[in-house]
Write a protein that binds this ligand. Structure first.
Ligand code: NCD
Length: 348
């Protein structure tokens, strides 16, 4: 069952409610509403309510000193993470590994090259092994839907670290953490998503989450890389104030956040189609002279040529901080899915 589908029909719900009227993750877990499985997976942002998102961000904030290595808190000692990457990754893979290790846990890494996947083993069979060898799995896969398929195949919690052109919810959690860190809120902001909105899974998950917090969204892309119709329809059905444009420069003065993305070359069925749009948006420090002082530039990385290095030394550049934020955020997600409560003061 998806958390957002949850209806409080089980008796005893009222008496166990938190003081703000909602049941927090641990209370739900303890009450057994979802069983061990289901609530602990994170496949799309639909798996989290707004309250749960806020709760995870607060936990990530508490874990910052642990993420920086200033405090050692072995909250996940004895736990093993299966880090399954069937597609390239630098930040997602490394930040999950750092998160687990800084919390005292262990990590098993698997990639398609060098494993029996190269011999033709099915995803289902691979997942059965991971189920036995680890307590939680993180999976990145080129096929959309592979994370849900994997979660359905095993008993351990599964976190989607990117499924083809589908979703990337753990990236969204660190993106939200970064926006909150910079602006002190997620509400009422003006966010511009730029680049490959068709194949870019980070923007699919992020747009969904932002609209639920009342963000005004401007979607900047070439015609051929527009955000899929069904996603725009879904955003509007959730009350989203969504505008589309092909022009980046005109959106800069009003923006609170500009979220640049890479054209996802590997997802194009036709190389010529990629060549037509490659390098279409390039931002330099000069372009940002008209920006609000508080405007931040984000990027899930890797960048190709969308952000000129001249932006790096401006106050607007947030992408490297954003990448670091993968560590505390993923720590919070690992603790949540493993049912480990993070104390009020970590390491005290
Ligand atoms: C993104 C991804 O894999 O979707 N990278 C990431 O996780 N930080 C973006 C990209 O590859 O362009």
């Amino acid at each position: 069952m998806r958390i957002s589908d949850f209806k409080p029909t089980v008796s005893g719900f009222e008496s166990n409610r938190a003081s703000n009227g909602t049941r927090n993750t641990y209370e739900r877990y303890a009450a057994g509403f979802y069983g061990e499985k289901g609530m602990s997976d994170l496949i799309t942002m639909d798996d989290l309510t707004n309250e749960e998102i806020i709760d995870i961000l607060k936990t990530a904030e508490k874990l910052l000193p642990v993420a920086r290595g200033e405090v050692y808190a072995p909250l996940l000692q004895g736990k093993v993470l299966g880090n399954l990457f069937f597609e390239n990754s630098t930040r997602t893979r490394m930040s999950f590994e750092t998160a687990m290790k800084r919390l005292g846990g262990d990590v098993l890494n698997l990639s398609s090259v060098g494993s029996s996947v190269a011999k033709g083993e099915t995803l289902y069979d691979t997942m059965q092994m991971v189920d036995g060898y680890s307590d939680i799995a993180v999976i990145r896969h080129p096929r959309q839907g592979a994370a849900q398929y994997s979660a359905d195949a095993v008993d351990i919690p599964v976190l989607n670290a990117g499924d083809g052109a589908g979703n990337h919810p753990t990236q969204t959690m660190l993106d939200l953490f970064t926006i909150q860190q910079a602006h002190g809120t997620l509400e009422g902001l003006n966010v511009v998503l730029v680049g490959d909105l068709r194949y870019g899974r980070t923007t699919h998950s992020l747009s969904h989450a932002l609209v639920r917090f009342g963000t005004k969204l401007t979607l900047v892309s070439p015609e051929s890389l527009r955000m899929p119709e069904e996603i725009i329809g879904d955003l509007r059905a959730h009350g989203g104030d969504v505008t589309e444009s092909e022009d980046l420069q005109s959106t800069i003065p009003d923006a609170d956040v500009i979220y640049m993305t890479r054209i996802q070359k590997e997802r194009f069925p036709d190389e010529d189609e990629y060549t037509k749009v490659a390098g279409i948006y390039k931002m330099s420090a000069d372009d940002l002279k008209v920006a609000k002082e508080s405007m931040i530039v984000m990027h899930p990385l890797p960048r190709v040529d969308e952000i000129d290095p001249s932006v790096d030394s401006t106050e607007h550049a947030y992408y490297f901080k954003q990448a670091f934020n993968g560590v505390p955020t993923r720590m919070a997600l690992l603790c949540r899915s493993l049912g480990v409560k993070v104390p009020k003061k970590v390491g005290a």
